[in-house]
Design a protein around this ligand. Sequence first.
Ligand code: GRF
Length: 193
Amino acid sequence: LNLAILISGRGSNMEALLKAAAAPDYPAKPVLVLANRPDAKGLETAMDAGISALAIDHKPFGKDREAFERAMDQALTEAGTEIIALAGFMRVLTPWFVNKWQGRMINIHPSLLPKYKGLDTHQRAIDAGDAEAGATVHWVSPGVDDGEIIQQASLPILPGDTADSLAARLLPIEHQLYPDALAKACAAIKVRR
Ligand code: GRF
């Protein structure tokens, strides 16, 4: 399936997806990396990997989220996108966009959903005294971080862990999880067809 990856920053999960997709038998083929911030580091990484990379800055659209999303939607459609992976994409999407791509859009979130939707997931897990933390790949539905879970990976929270140390240990786990979960999502879409 033709894959578009939406990012806002560093793009390390995007990079993990691009690496996995370089294998000839991987079920997704990256056709576009799209960022809502022109300075997103991941855009360079994508271009270096020979993938079309495009910034659509959300700022000129002001409060008109749908106008921004219509611009994204047009770029996605022109690229022949069949599945979207959100990878550190930090804009909340409107129901219009989510409904349009529902069943064809997935996200990675750094918590063991349904725990800790939204931001500051690591600190919240530490503050709660949880024994473990983790990451979840899920289908995107209109509620934030609320869709059906595809796959999760966990790790223990260690004594003395900070949000930063936990995030650093979780990141390589995310990089393994996301390509696996994306392959599962592709299989689910193919079955549905
Ligand atoms: C990751 O922790 C991801 O789970 C969350 O945002 C972070 C993005 O990092 N949604 P990167 O841009 O993929 O490096």
